[in-house]
Design a protein. Structure first.
Length: 535
């Protein structure tokens, strides 16, 4: 293993930009990150969120205080005793929204979808070189998803990079990768996004896929070597506690790890806090109050872990598919997570092989093969003939058939026989007029039917191609592209998610309204359209 100190990546950039970025990097190394607003503001924060001063809880937590937090809290304590106290007015007086430099955008319906996407990269570009409220400074520009999401989100970024790649925006891919290198140095992991309230959780670990993407453009071997320390840091985060878990007979799970009956160590989604999510505090409190749960902290942890999965929320995580209060995310060995960790282990092994380090390469190759064996043993459901999550408390698969089950095809873990029946199930049950539905259950959650999401379409299409099912992959691609283009023609915009059962309707459900933008939709659509441009 390498030393814990990670070297900085240095790439050619204009001198003025290099100096500004260097200042952020230096300050980040010397200064502690500020507390999350829920911790810093205490009762004021809870009051604003619980009284729903803003319809969307993320609005308040993203505001910037006009003065020192201690003084604002002191004034709140004094003023709230007044019977005429107006909480909304108080917040407006003491907080403001950060206005980014991008101009107000209006879609031009005369532009083609590809032209629209190319134009949007600049609109969705952000630069933040100093801490602003909960927003954490990072040294280089980045592309955001859009709408309420104005940060560099982790797994969104991979699918955004796919679109940047086909538009030749390697400069921006480089910038975003350097930001992740910075976060890995500073935090020892990649948080959900560069916000203080996201520093207790990550997202599906696509970092090794990002490194591979960048390596396609730059010198492959040198890129892999350059990012190896960061791949290792990412890996250490997800397997922290493995040695301890392996040696304790009475502990079945620790942080993001689960020990299975045969001793295999596998991954689960988790969070380092067990309180309501600050950006969704009211929703989480109401969910707990509606439930018959006896352990509120466990339920808050499961809600947070569901958010780390990116699938917030889905019947995938519920005991009762219609009831979010039955969520138990941390009881599950997640199929998508473990496939991504397999890819991470394999990528590290491949890099060590290129360095002529056979012992280290063999070590990580062994980790990957053990994980692959455990996936096939525990996460393959013989009755359903599909990959799914494994409930280690119950000692069985969850029975939830979802698009997470295509990740073993995406990472080339599935056997040919498994890939065949997964493809058949996708064709018979998941493929709708507008693309693949996320699950087979409709319950009002956004990561359930009838919604389709760009990243899962891409994972499924690529997974099927890996096993030679090009015809089905093309049918899915055509259905998804047609839906995206029809909505663009009607609305002159791209959106976060789509109703694939009724493509004439927009996607819906979840805790917030449908978002425009939208980063990963743009990235996947641009990539799929570019395939036809090449033919």
């Amino acid at each position: 293993m390498v030393a814990k100190k990670i070297p900085k990546i240095r790439l050619k950039v204009p001198r003025e930009e290099q100096l500004k970025s260097a200042l952020v990097i230096t300050a980040g190394a010397l200064m502690l990150t500020k507390s999350s607003p829920d911790d810093a503001l205490g009762e004021l924060f809870s009051a604003v969120q619980l009284h729903q001063v803003y319809d969307d809880g993320k609005t308040f937590i993203d505001l910037i205080p006009r003065g020192r937090i201690k003084q604002i809290k002191k004034e709140y304590e004094l003023e709230r005793a007044d019977p005429h106290f107006d909480l909304h007015e108080f917040v407006n007086r003491h907080f403001y929204a950060f206005e980014h430099s991008s101009p107000l955008y209006h879609s031009d319906a005369s532009k083609t979808p590809r032209e629209h996407i190319t134009e949007l990269w600049k609109v969705l570009e952000r630069r933040n070189r100093r801490d602003r409220g909960s927003l954490i400074a990072i040294p280089y520009p980045y592309v955001v998803p859009g709408g309420r999401f104005s940060e560099q989100f982790y797994w969104d970024s991979y699918f955004i990079m796919l679109g940047l790649e086909v538009d030749g925006r390697w400069d921006m891919i480089d910038n975003m990768m350097k930001n992740y290198a910075y976060m890995l140095r500073k935090f020892q992991f990649i948080p959900t996004a560069n916000r203080t309230y996201f520093l207790s959780r990550s997202q599906p670990p696509f970092f090794s896929h990002m490194v591979k993407l960048l390596a396609r453009h730059k010198n492959s071997r040198l890129t892999m070597l350059e990012y190896l320390p960061y791949l290792l840091t990412e890996y250490r985060f997800w397997v922290k506690g493995r040695r301890r878990l392996s040696g304790e007979d009475d502990v079945a799970a620790l942080r993001r790890l689960v020990r299975l009956p045969d001793g295999a160590i596998m991954g689960r989604y988790f969070d380092d806090k067990s309180t309501p999510r600050p950006e969704s505090l009211r929703e989480d409190v109401e969910t707990v109050e509606r439930s018959n749960h006896t352990d509120n902290e466990k339920m808050y942890l499961d809600l947070r872990a569901g958010a780390e999965s990116g699938w917030d929320f889905s019947s995938r995580w519920f005991r009762d598919p219609q009831d979010i209060s039955t969520i138990h995310t941390t009881d599950m060995v997640a199929i998508d997570l473990n496939c991504l960790l397999y890819h991470l282990e394999s990528t590290i092994a491949e890099t060590y092989e290129s360095m002529y380090q056979p012992l280290l390469a063999r070590k990580f190759r062994k980790y990957a093969e053990k994980r692959k064996a455990a996936i096939n043993k525990y996460l393959w459901d013989e009755n359903e003939e599909f990959f799914m999550d494994y409930d280690f408390r119950e000692g069985k698969t969850t029975g939830r058939v979802t698009l997470a089950g295509v990740f073993p095809l995406f990472t080339k873990i599935a056997t040919e026989a498994q890939a065949k029946v997964v493809a058949q199930r996708l064709e018979s049950d998941f493929l709708k007029k507008g693309g693949l539905t996320t699950t087979l259950i409709e319950n009002g959650q956004q990561w359930d039917a009838p919604n389709g999401w760009a990243p899962l379409q891409w994972v499924a299409i690529q997974g099927l191609r890996n096993y030679g099912y090009h015809g089905l992959a093309d049918r899915i691609k055509d259905a998804w592209v047609t839906t995206n283009l029809a909505v663009y023609e009607r609305e002159a915009k791209m959106v976060e998610k789509y109703n694939v059962a009724q493509p004439n309707k927009l996607g819906g459900g979840g805790e917030y309204v449908l978002q425009d933008g939208f980063g990963w939709t743009n990235g996947v659509l641009a990539t799929l359209l570019s395939e036809d441009e090449k033919n």
